[in-house]
Ligand binder design. Structure first.
Ligand SMILES: Cc1cc2nc3c(=O)[nH]c(=O)nc-3n(C[C@H](O)[C@H](O)[C@H](O)COP(=O)(O)OP(=O)(O)OC[C@H]3O[C@@H](n4cnc5c(N)ncnc54)[C@H](O)[C@@H]3O)c2cc1C
Length: 284
């Protein structure tokens, strides 16, 4: 199908992009276009104006800061997964970015676009949730910070106001003792997750001191597996992990679709959480 007619603005600066969004409440940001352009073609979205933020260097790149890594919203999945800073300080982000689609999508699609799109089947939302990242929004009204736990509002809905741009994301550095893994079940290579699990696990004195788990595609938004996180605290050996992950699907409302029914997704969440936690803990 051909998209409905729209105006096009190529922003020359973040301020210009913010002004264009403030001037038209039906305008939408165009980032890598990997999700938005299919929606336009299917006429599931019909913005009056597309505000292209693709040529704004200040929205791109990975920056190593004292206690966090800052990833500009327009940094592509490919740049993220190859970044030595990301691989060194927050490897869970790189592990998940490497599972996104195929090289073509990873070269065009952006880190910020994956979050701003708010698709619970996306791989990065569960990761920023598990890592307690902070999302930085800009608008003509100024800048504000949104904790990941408050960012994902509903299916394809986020806490961003229509006139706000996601400028970048602060990923806290968790420090020594942490291990990471992203486990994704997908029907074919390069496909969306049927279910995914992002795990960060801290070991001390041989056992698990803390676990952080984000679930992909287990509800209208990414979900923290809080019950499993609590059960994993104090686990002392690999053979106790399976039992602690039995409640990984608590507090979820998995969707039914062509690929899986809710019960099967619940089963996958438990199995994949077990695998992800064992690998992250070095007990794989
Ligand atoms: C064939 C295919 C397979 C895919 N498989 C996967 C997969 O396995 N895993 C996965 O995670 N993703 C997958 N994706 C999606 C991909 O990750 C996209 O890159 C991502 O969803 C959107 O990023 P984008 O930069 O293309 O955003 P766009 O498509 O440009 O925008 C998407 C939405 O977010 C908004 N937006 C984008 N950036 C900003 C911003 N900075 N501020 C405010 N709003 C913004 C737009 O207005 C729009 O509403 C796939 C895509 C395709 C086409």
């Amino acid at each position: 199908m051909i998209p409905a007619q729209f105006d096009y603005v190529r922003a020359g600066s973040v301020e210009e992009a913010c002004q264009a969004l403030a001037a038209d409440e039906d305008a939408k940001v165009l980032a890598g276009g990997q999700s938005l352009l299919p929606l336009l073609r299917l006429r599931l979205a019909y913005p009056s104006t597309l505000v292209d933020i693709g040529r704004l260097p200040e929205l791109s790149g990975v920056h190593d800061r004292d206690d966090h890594v800052y990833i500009g919203a327009m940094t592509t999945h490919d740049e993220v997964l190859r970044s030595p800073v990301v691989n060194g300080a927050c490897p869970l982000v790189a592990l998940a970015a490497a599972t996104v689609a195929d090289p073509a999508v990873r070269h065009r699609g952006t880190f910020g676009g994956s979050l701003a799109h708010g698709d619970p089947a996306g791989d990065l939302p569960a990761v920023v949730l598990a890592l307690d990242a902070v999302l930085v929004a800009r608008s003509a009204r100024g800048e504000r910070e949104i904790p990941a736990a408050e960012f994902f509002a509903d299916y394809l809905e986020t806490a961003l106001a229509p006139d706000e741009i996601l400028a970048g994301v602060r990923i806290p550095k968790l420090g020594p003792g942490w291990g990471y893994h992203y486990e994704k079940f997908h029907r074919t290579a390069q496909a969306w997750a049927v279910v995914g699990v992002a795990a960060a696990v801290k070991r001390s004195n041989g056992g698990i001191e803390e676990a952080r788990i984000g679930l992909t595609n287990m509800g209208a938004t990414p979900v923290r597996a809080r019950a499993a996180e609590a059960a994993l605290r104090g686990v002392e050996a690999a053979d106790q992990v399976r039992g602690a992950c039995e409640e990984a699907d608590a507090d979820t409302s998995p969707p039914a679709d062509l690929h899986a029914q809710p019960d099967y997704r619940r089963h996958l969440a438990r199995v994949l959480t077990h695998r992800a936690v064992r690998t992250a803990a070095g007990w794989g």
